[in-house]
Design a protein around this ligand. Structure first.
Ligand SMILES: C/C(=C\CNc1ncnc2c1ncn2[C@@H]1O[C@H](COP(=O)(O)O)[C@@H](O)[C@H]1O)CO
Length: 183
């Protein structure tokens, strides 16, 4: 499908679960992916063809967007066929650096420890002024309510050297998340 909506094309890095999840989560990811694809954006992601990562890649590609996968040597066998680009790094650290480097903006969808690791890494880099890219957390079904409360407490009790709002925003819906990224 050709992209139909006009917006400045962005490279949007998405961190999300490698697991197969309930419909409430896959539906939101699919909607976000379709918005990205329809607006001609590129998905930059971990490159695997599993779980929510696959839902995102399918949705973006079906809606006319591009796919740039950045996988790592030990997960190479899980890499998606037919991505526009697939880069294989030697280590997870190198992969995280490249995911950020190739992105204009970052979206954190529901996920486990892998997603949390990636999200805190880019927030830490942003805190230290290493990048100024927009970061949005898509809080599907309140999945990240606990994380939001924790970060708000860090902010209120001065654990953060910059305001939380300067680090990331939370969005309840996929369209809000994309708007927060300027897409
Ligand atoms: C080995 C299995 C699946 C393949 N796993 C992964 N493939 C690619 N990227 C992965 C994988 N696991 C973690 N990642 C990265 O972390 C995020 C997902 O981790 P989570 O713990 O599931 O949230 C994701 O953004 C990836 O970049 C087993 O079937």
């Amino acid at each position: 499908m050709e992209p139909t909506d006009s917006a400045t094309p962005l490279n949007v890095c998405v961190f999300c679960s490698a697991a197969d999840l309930d419909e409430v989560y896959t539906a939101a990811a699919r909607e976000f992916a379709e918005l990205l694809g329809r607006r001609g954006h590129t998905l930059v992601w971990g490159g695997s063809d599993v779980g929510l990562m696959k839902v995102m890649a399918d949705g973006v590609q079906d809606a006319g967007g591009r796919l740039v996968g950045i996988t790592v040597e030990f997960l190479r066998s899980r890499a998606r066929e037919g991505a526009d680009e697939m880069i294989v790094t030697a280590s997870l650290a190198e992969r995280k650096a490249l995911l950020l480097e190739r992105a204009d903006a970052v979206a954190v969808l529901v996920g486990g420890t892998g997603t949390l690791d990636e999200a805190t890494d880019i927030l830490e880099l942003k805190k230290h002024g290493m990048h100024g890219k927009s970061v949005v957390v898509l809080n599907t079904a309140g999945f990240y309510d606990g994380l939001k409360r924790q970060l708000q407490r860090m902010d209120a009790e001065r654990f953060l050297p910059v305001p939380l709002d300067d680090l990331c925003t939370f969005a309840d819906r996929p369209d809000e998340a994309l708007s927060a990224l300027g897409g």
